[in-house]
Design a protein around this ligand. Structure first.
Ligand code: AHR
Ligand code: AHR
Length: 497
């Protein structure tokens, strides 16, 4: 028979073993009031939907759930639902039961996305594949112009009330624009003044810290902070690991920024102290939730989100340290960004179109313009060379590739305003990312579809003979859904010259 104390000890052990981040926050007296993740359940008992996807072929939606209670997302459901078409993430569900779901962000006071209605774009569902202890899952890859929001929340801190938050990001995906945020913002989607936001900001847009970034910081509205004021904070290290944990918390008078490597080790405190002067004390939090954008929908930033929560109350460092241990134990790891027939670095290739109109045409360039041309064995050497490309390690991500022109060494296929160009590498971060492509299995069932690393909803497409980085059903004429799969499917063969 069980002795009572050994039974409760057993239960305690089981609770500790199985606890998710939100179980840990609850034990610390600072419960989650929003919990978002496309990769895993954040409560040990959660088995509901993690996120919803919508596919391009017929507009149907489906929800992705964990493999089991407390488990990793069932990525196989997504893979089969999206097979042979494109998918976007429409909703990231709140796991707390408060319905603080994140959906497509509406237009606001600042720049909005390219959607005709001014809404931000939705993230491609397969832009951020990872594994968690070996199980495949997908994060939320957010290019500029993409964002999620909830302007009618339940239980999120307002005014000067205490709250905490953490998020797991990709330390290799960021920029210096406003604002790759996760956290508390204005339901009006307007900048309503200093102290009206309290969100994690990740990137190089703030005052910064040690090294060249990116840094974990905070967006408190009209101000990105890496410490207690608008100066650089030497105690804030560059967070360049593939997976990053970032933490922000605030209570009346004080706040803190913490962070670390989400795949190993512990959290460090980069700042803890007084609120900044100039309207940030007391705070005027308004309780909306944002992901990937600023409070006023400033949407020129980029980053990748895997999981994050908002709490009620100011979590202790010890509670957050336990959450970090849980994140590390989740076993985030990188996985292949490419699929389909291999396009080997070091080879030289040609790209043959597959649409019925055009199956003897190849990707070629005339100066900077990229188009399809009829190329045959009897074509001139000059035309053959213009249709031949060196495959090199991706300039912006070494898990993908870049295509260098064989007749113009040092020039690469890049997108700009979603048209393809052959341009000289100017050495900038933007160029390297615009010129990085992650080949996939061809969407029409043969060959490859050549997906942009920086905008994973966008693929090499020929449209009226010109090459674009097109998204299925997107806002531009070249995004038309008609023959999209054929137009983005290429047979990649040996170079002509
Ligand atoms: O605080 C930085 C940004 O400033 C906010 O995200 C935005 O609302 C404003 O443009
Ligand atoms: O092609 C989309 C974007 O347009 C590119 O990233 C940038 O170079 C240009 O603004």
């Amino acid at each position: 028979m069980f002795h009572f104390s050994s039974l409760s000890a057993l239960c305690l052990v089981a609770t500790l073993v199985a606890a998710g981040p939100c179980d840990i926050y609850a034990s610390g007296g600072t419960p989650c009031v929003a919990a978002h993740s496309t990769t895993r359940a954040l409560f040990s008992a959660y088995s509901g939907s993690l996120y919803q996807i919508k596919r391009g072929s017929d507009g149907a939606t489906t929800n992705i759930s964990p493999l089991g209670a407390g488990g990793v997302a069932n990525a196989a459901t997504q893979d089969s639902f999206c097979d042979g078409t494109t998918c976007v993430i429409t909703t990231i569900f709140d796991q707390t039961g408060r319905s603080n779901h994140l959906t497509q962000a509406p237009p606001g006071g600042a720049a909005s996305g390219t959607d005709p209605n001014g809404f931000d774009n939705l993230a491609a569902a397969d832009g951020a594949p990872v594994t968690l202890n070996g199980n495949k899952a997908y994060g939320v890859f957010i290019p500029p112009g993409t964002g999620y929001r909830n302007d009618a929340t339940n239980g999120i801190a307002v005014g000067d009330a205490a709250e905490g938050m953490y998020a797991v990001f990709d330390g290799t995906h960021y920029n210096g624009n406003c604002c790759f945020d996760y956290g508390n913002a204005e339901p009006s989607v307007r900048d309503t003044g200093n102290g009206h936001m309290e969100a994690i900001y990740f990137g190089t847009g703030g005052p910064g810290g040690a090294g060249s970034g990116p840094w974990a910081g905070a967006d408190l509205e009209n101000g990105l902070f890496n410490g207690g004021n608008t100066a650089a904070n030497p105690n804030s290290p560059s967070l360049t690991s593939r997976f990053v944990t970032a933490v922000v918390k605030g209570e009346p008078g004080t706040w803190a920024i913490r962070g670390g490597n989400a795949a190993s080790g512990s959290l460090s405190t980069f700042f803890s102290g007084a609120r900044p002067s100039g309207g940030y004390n007391p705070m005027h939090k308004e309780g909306a939730l944002i992901l990937g954008i600023g409070g006023d929908n400033s949407d020129r930033a980029q980053g990748t989100f895997y999981e994050g929560v908002m709490t009620s109350g100011y979590p202790s460092d010890a509670t957050e340290n336990s959450v970090q241990a849980n994140i590390v134990a989740a076993g985030y790891a990188a996985t292949a960004l490419t699929s389909g027939p291999a396009i080997a670095v070091g080879s030289a290739v040609s790209f043959r179109a597959t649409t019925a109109c055009c199956a003897t045409r190849y990707i070629a360039h005339t100066g900077a313009t990229v188009s399809t041309q009829l190329v045959t064995p009897s074509s001139t050497q000059a035309l053959k060379l213009s249709a031949s490309w060196n495959v090199v390690t991706g300039l912006g991500n070494n898990a993908c590739v870049s295509f260098e022109s064989r007749d113009t060494p040092g020039s690469y296929i890049r997108h700009s305003n979603f048209q393809l160009f052959v341009n000289a590498n100017d050495g900038s971060k933007l160029f390297s990312e615009d010129a990085t492509w992650c080949p996939q299995a061809g969407l029409s069932g043969q060959g490859n579809s050549i997906r942009s690393w920086s905008y994973p909803a966008h693929y090499f497409r020929h449209f009226n003979g010109i090459l674009y980085a097109a998204s299925n059903g997107g806002p531009d004429s070249f995004d038309a859904t008609w023959v999209f799969n054929d137009d983005v499917t290429w047979v990649v063969g040996p170079a002509f010259a």
